[in-house]
Ligand binder design. Structure first.
Ligand SMILES: CC(C)(COP(=O)(O)OP(=O)(O)OC[C@H]1O[C@@H](n2cnc3c(N)ncnc32)[C@H](O)[C@@H]1OP(=O)(O)O)[C@@H](O)C(=O)NCCC(=O)NCCS
Length: 164
């Protein structure tokens, strides 16, 4: 029976179109923040759906959907990552994506998605979870800080010729 209650559940292949819509919104949002640093592609919805549905088959990936009455209103995507000399860190879980539909924000959906991804990555052995967050996204950073994430790295980007 479908209720209005929010359920956080593993994504399924049939969530593809919803994952594409949500992932596409995340990509567009980042491109709007910094159009040089963040990708812009034709039809990101199609590409993102294909990418996230392919990740469902990976034993090291976690793709979750926030489902309200059968509609996906948010998603989160994380994975287990091996140690990296380039990033100067040991193995970890990585929270790649989290997005909640506009009309659902500020009601705890994001917190539940992040908490559930972290739990599932820790259950699979992740000693810590790392994430990157756009410099122009302080509201998301406030949420992550509230959930126990500390500031550990700062990315800077320079365009060829120093263009700003
Ligand atoms: C960041 C995001 C996932 C938070 O989801 P949410 O469901 O609004 O989160 P919650 O309701 O659990 O928590 C809200 C908290 O997050 C912060 N927040 C971030 N963006 C917010 C927004 N647009 N509206 C309301 N609160 C927001 C607030 O500080 C709020 O804190 P409070 O509870 O102390 O008031 C959501 O705003 C979103 O999808 N943003 C666009 C995509 C994005 O930036 N993703 C993160 C980078 S990958």
């Amino acid at each position: 029976m479908l209720t209005d209650e929010l359920v956080i559940r593993p994504a399924e292949a049939t969530d593809g179109p919803a994952l594409g819509r949500l992932g596409g919104a995340l990509l567009r949002q980042h491109h709007a923040w910094d159009e040089l640093r963040f990708l812009s592609v034709a039809d990101p919805e199609e590409g993102y759906a294909r990418f996230l549905v392919a990740e469902l088959a990976s034993p090291t990936s976690v793709v979750l959907v926030a489902d309200r009455a059968g509609a996906a209103v948010g998603y989160a995507y994380g994975s287990l990552e091996p140690m990296s000399w380039k990033e100067l860190r040991g193995p970890c879980g990585f929270l790649h994506d989290v997005l909640v539909d506009d009309g659902e924000r500020g009601r705890g959906v994001g917190e539940r998605l992040v908490t559930e991804v972290v739990t599932r990555l820790e259950e699979r052995g992740a000693p810590r979870v790392v994430l990157w967050s756009a410099a122009k996204n302080p509201r998301a950073q406030a949420l992550f800080a509230r959930l126990g994430f500390r500031m550990t790295m700062c990315e800077m980007t320079r365009e060829r010729g120093g263009q700003r």
